[in-house]
Design a protein around this ligand. Sequence first.
Ligand code: SAJ
Length: 430
Amino acid sequence: MKKVCVVGLGYIGLPTSAIFAAAGFDVVGVDVSETVVATINSGNIHIEKTGLAELVNRVVKEGKFRAQLAPEEANVFIIAVPTPIHDDYTANIDYVIEATKSVAPYLRKGNVVIVESTIPPRTMDDVVAPIIREHGFDPEQDVYLAHCPERVLPGRILIELVENTRIVGGVTKEAAKQAADVYRAIVKGEVIETEAVTAEMAKLMENTFRDVNIALANELVKIAQRVGVNAHKVIELANKHPRVNIHLPGPGVGGHCLAVDPYFIVEKAKEESQLIQTARRINNSMPHFVVEQVKRMTAELEAPVIAVFGLTYKGNTDDVRESPAIEIYEELRRNERFDVRAYDPHVKPSQVPFPLSTKEEALDGAHLVVVLADHNEFKTLTAEELASMKTKVIFDTKNCIGLDDEDVTVYQIGHLSVVQAIQEQPPERV
Ligand code: SAJ
């Protein structure tokens, strides 16, 4: 049976290792963190993912998977390290370069080297292949180099790793075939062979497609406010057309993928990527737009108390990476008029650089709840839960609040033209 060496035991590398091990491969996982290595070898995991702990525990106990600090000889090397972004919005591929250099001394002729990390177009041909050449191998003949981007949705990783279609881009045709055969052992979905640069671009365009379409929805929110129409209703009706799929507006785009990957295209084709850059600007403008609406709603109050509900970049996760909610919280906090409290049932205090409140603390005497993540806990909020608020008003930026109660006013982000400034003493109902 083939031996696989996976470099980087994070959100993608760890589940990928476990799945190869469960399929019968002998898997060695490599990570720079001693804690990560020790945790895995004791049969535990350092990240929270549904079903992953049990799977890792089983394959470690069966002796099919072990972790260590350095690579060793194997048939297949899979690089799954992060590609963060520099301050100037260019990709930081240092970890990919380091990982490639770290496996190079262990390579033998006929090995397969796969990069799963998201990378700018041409990285396989212009960066990875030359490193392999420097170590004495002909990347066109001796070893098989391929890019096989991960495409799994956080929250569904174990399912999507097996069921999604995989794109395998080879530096040569034979490399694509050899790398594709590796995935065919674990993937139920289709495995498609192509060139490396096509695979690199396809991955980036998937996330860019989402980002551009979300920007269109977010722009619609601003237009809707200007012309006085409910953007959500417009989207619902327009999407009845069989070829229209307007995405959902919100407080901005977060996470480590959609908010980052489009820049990997921009850095390689600045002049030509005008629409992509505009979309990024629109999505980046949404946190400030949300804060401006909060100011509008609270304009008549002397000392507005605001409860921020949800800090993650999307609902039902604990992931706060690139989260627009954090940006909104911090911009609100900088405004001395506001007393801002943050509450998120999924986030631990250690994850954020500011104090968190309990739900009760956040709501006590508050004038406004700003909902920034569509957690299930918020979808089912009741008027009783809001009883301690001073004025019962919700600003729902995720269009997720199901509450329909005459004592509670809910403003949706797509329906802002109806916003009335909150009054300290709400007028008596007649
Ligand atoms: N969002 C909206 N409106 C929408 C959809 C999403 O505002 O209509 C926002 C979310 O609130 C969130 C952000 O966009 O802030 C991204 O969320 P997401 O759930 O759409 O995607 P990610 O970033 O969690 O995962 C994406 C996925 N890519 C695609 O769906 C094309 C996933 O399959 C990729 O593997 C992942 O990026 C990645 O690692 O690249």
